[in-house]
Design a binder for this molecule. Sequence first.
Ligand SMILES: NC(=O)c1ccc[n+]([C@@H]2O[C@H](COP(=O)([O-])OP(=O)(O)OC[C@H]3O[C@@H](n4cnc5c(N)ncnc54)[C@H](OP(=O)(O)O)[C@@H]3O)[C@@H](O)[C@H]2O)c1
Length: 316
Amino acid sequence: MKVSNIQLFLLLILVTAPTGLSFIAAPSNTASTWCTRSSSSSITMKYEYRTKDTHIKLNASNSNEEITQSDLLPPIPVTGVTLKMAFDKNYAVADASEFKSTRFTSPPSLDLVHQLRRNSDCVLVGKGTVIRDDCTLTVRRVALFPNKRQPARVILDSNLEILQARPASEKKLFALLQDGFDAILYHSCPLLGSHQEAMAFNPHLTLVQLRKGDGTHMSPTDIVQDLQSREIHHIMVEGGPATAIPFLQENVVDRAIIIRAPVTFIEPVASNMNNDMLKDAGLVLLEKRSVGDDVVEYWVREGEDWPTVSVADWPN
Ligand SMILES: NC(=O)c1ccc[n+]([C@@H]2O[C@H](COP(=O)([O-])OP(=O)(O)OC[C@H]3O[C@@H](n4cnc5c(N)ncnc54)[C@H](OP(=O)(O)O)[C@@H]3O)[C@@H](O)[C@H]2O)c1
C-alpha cells in the first residue's frame, strides 16, 4: 500500500487545524515514535512515523485543553484485508472447557487488536464466533480516531441463524444486534418475512444475500467486492478459523497479525491453521515482536510493504 504525501498532508491539516497544532512532513532516514505529556495544564506531544514514501512528524502543544494521543494522530490510510488471529502454543484458538471464550492474550496484545479495529472500516467474523462469544467487536480499549465511527461488524451466516438463535446468557438478542452500531450479515438463504421484520426493527442492520459460489461457502472475493461497494475499504478479518481459512485460500488477505500466546488450552479448539497456510496464501513473515507476554508475527503479501516502515508503528 502506498500513501501519497498529499493524502497525508490533507489528513494532517484536518487533524491539526482546529487545535492550531504544528506538523512537519519530510523525507528522512531516521524513524522514532514518542509521545510525552508534561502535565495536565501544559501538554506537549510528539509523534513520528515513516511510510515508504513519507516521514510524518507531528509536534503539538496546548496549554488550555486536554489533548489525547488519538486527537492528534491521523489514521494511516490502509485498504484491503488484514487478518488477525490469536493462537495458543499449538495453533488452537479457544478452550472448549470454558463456558465462554475468555481472553488469553496479554493486555498489550489486546490493545493492539483494538488499535487494528479502530484502523478498520469493518470487523468480520463467522456466525460461530458470535454464537459462542456473544461479542460486540467494538473499539473499547483505545479511543476512536476523531470523526471515525465504530467499525461495522460483518458476520458470515448462511442461514441467518443469529437472527433466530439466542445467546447463552438468554438476553433477547446477540449484543451486536442491539448495541446501536452497524451490523452487516451476509447470507445465502432466501429472505423471509421474519428477516425483513428484523431489519425494520433495527436501522443499523443490513442483510446481504450472496450465492454460495462453490456450493459450500460464500466467496471471500465476492464479500470483499461487495464491502468495497459500500465504502468499506479496510476489512479486518477476526476469525474464527472457518472464516479465516477461505479468505487465505482465495488469496484475498493482504497482511496478517498473528498473536502467539504462551498458553496451552485444556480442551483446545483446533484451528487447523499453520504458517504454511499463510505462505500458501502468498504472505511472507516480515517480523516477530514481543508484545507483553506474547509473540506477534507480522505477515504481508509478497512484494507489498507494511503500512509503516517499522511494523511497530501500525496499527497505531
Ligand atoms: N483466537 C482467535 O483469534 C479467535 C478469533 C475468532 C474466534 N475464535 C474462536 O473460534 C471459535 C469459533 O470458530 P469457528 O471457526 O467455528 O467460527 P467462525 O469462523 O466465527 O464461524 C464459522 C461459521 O461461519 C459461517 N461462515 C464462515 N465463513 C463463511 C463463508 N465464506 N461462507 C458462508 N458461511 C461462512 C459458517 O456458518 P454457516 O455455514 O452457517 O454460514 C461457519 O460454520 C470460537 O470458540 C471463538 O471463540 C478465536
